[in-house]
Ligand binder design. Structure first.
Ligand code: HEC
Ligand code: HEC
Length: 394
């Protein structure tokens, strides 16, 4: 009983002390906060990308998702991740191993070579202007860049990690990444944020201002006579623009669709698999049969049908953009065409016959001159790299 007043006064004292301490902490936090404001603003500054001649700025903006705005700090984080081999299981493979800025973000190999020299089955596509594809990969199996960007991490023949958790755990042990994720995203490393940062970087990889773009903008001297004749063949007798289509809003020389030109016939296992798939589509067993075929050796050559189950997509692959095509040999999803002249020869022969070949591909009977002109036209589609990439390449 006697102790009570003392205890009360102690309590009062300690509550005053407590409030004082809180005040000091708050004042301190406010001061630090004020100091950080300019830096925070810098972290959240949106990139103003210079869109090159020939590419529509509207289309570019359209392809930047509202959920993943392009802040400068995020792009820088994405660039670091893109070039960091510590993202792979053995520390030797980065995204740039197969998408090398010095090779127009391809690798100049027929098919990709991943972890421990393991060979994939597909040609590494250039990432220049890849952001404009509504679906990613030769068969369009990824929805968008965010979805695509994390898949190589756990691909056993690309970067070889056992799981996304493994990648995230490794990044969390690296203090520089912990700090940077916190400042860019206001939180810890997650696999979705890894995908967002890399995608933001990839959306800076736009390329235009090619001789064709300058010609198209009115400079008659920008393209050689051979290239101009090639353009006529491209649109006319070559019938290339039927699939490699061009419009002001989508000037990428692709219809973003999937076609069977017969490239898959290069794989001797494809013919049998495609015939079984052909008999199965439009039946109730279609999905079961095609899922099973897809797992067999050579099953990847079935292409788009593995995801769509429709007859036209058997052996069908996405029409690639032709911008910068002269920089990204060898060609086709399997890297089977060594040069552009080989590609033109392939079309001149009508592609390769198979059960689901596009119905109106036919031998073109182009003269040698027309074929050379077509190649000259394709070469006129080589654009400029973004300035940020040029300065890094130096
Ligand atoms: C071992 C080589 C290799 C590595 C490493 C690699 N890629 Fe790829 N990349 C490929 C190949 C091969 C394809 C095409 C695969 C397919 O279509 O099935 C591809 C496709 C892509 C595409 C789709 C482009 C298009 O035209 O559809 C994007 C985007 C991409 N990679 C980004 C990345 C990113 C980001 C990383 C790192 C996280 C990465 N890649 C790591 C080889 C690689
Ligand atoms: C029926 C649609 C279609 C037509 C017509 C067509 N293409 Fe293609 N093109 C494609 C598809 C689909 C691919 C990818 C094929 C594959 O790898 O399996 C492709 C690939 C290419 C490639 C290789 C691209 C790369 O990144 O590897 C070039 C070059 C090319 N076509 C040029 C032409 C030219 C030149 C013509 C006209 C002579 C033409 N195409 C006609 C659909 C077509």
């Amino acid at each position: 009983m006697i102790d009570m007043p003392i205890a009360k006064s102690k309590m009062k004292q300690s509550s005053i002390l407590h409030k004082l301490r809180l005040l000091i902490v708050l004042t301190f936090a406010l001061m630090v906060g004020l100091l950080l404001v300019p830096e925070l603003a810098a972290q959240q500054r949106l990139l103003k990308l210079a869109i090159p001649l020939g590419l529509p700025a509207d289309t570019w903006s359209y392809y930047v998702p509202r959920t993943n705005p392009m802040t400068e700090a995020k792009i820088e984080l994405g660039r670091k991740l893109f070039f960091d081999a510590r993202l792979s299981a053995d520390g030797n493979v980065s995204c740039a191993s197969c998408h090398d800025p010095k090779l127009a973000f391809g690798d100049a190999k027929p098919v990709a070579e991943g972890i421990s020299g393991k060979l994939g089955s597909r040609n590494s596509p250039s990432l220049l202007n890849a952001m404009f594809y509504p679906n990613q990969f030769w068969d369009g199996r990824a929805e968008g860049l965010e979805d695509q960007a994390i898949q190589p991490l756990t691909n056993p023949i690309e970067m070889g990690n056992a799981s996304y958790d493994q990648v995230v755990a490794r990044l969390k042990t690296l203090p520089e990444y912990r700090a940077e994720f916190l400042s860019v995203f206001g939180g810890e490393v997650t696999i979705a944020r890894v995908g967002q940062a890399i995608s933001a970087y990839e959306r800076t990889l736009v390329s235009g201002d090619s001789p064709f773009d300058r010609f198209n903008a009115g400079d008659q001297s920008a393209m050689s006579d051979a290239a101009k004749r090639g353009l006529t063949v491209f649109r006319g007798r070559g019938r290339c623009s039927r699939c490699h289509s061009f419009s002001e809003a989508l000037p990428f020389f692709t219809d973003f669709q999937y076609h069977n030109t017969g490239v898959a016939m290069n794989d001797p296992r494809y013919d049998k698999l495609s015939r079984i798939a052909f008999d199965a589509v439009d039946t109730e067993q279609a999905k079961d049969v095609i899922d099973r075929l897809a797992q067999q050796p050579g099953g990847e050559e079935l292409g788009r049908v593995r995801f769509s189950y429709v007859v036209f997509d058997i052996g069908a692959f996405r029409t690639p953009t032709l911008r910068n095509i002269a920089l990204t040999a060898p060609y086709f999803h399997d890297g089977s065409a060594r040069t552009l002249a080989d590609v033109v020869k392939f079309y001149n022969e009508g592609g390769k016959m198979n059960v689901a070949r596009e119905w109106d591909l036919a031998p073109l009977a182009l003269t040698d001159q027309e074929q050379r002109d077509l190649v000259a036209f394709l070469e006129s589609l080589t654009g400029k790299l973004p300035e940020s990439v040029v300065s890094q390449n130096r």
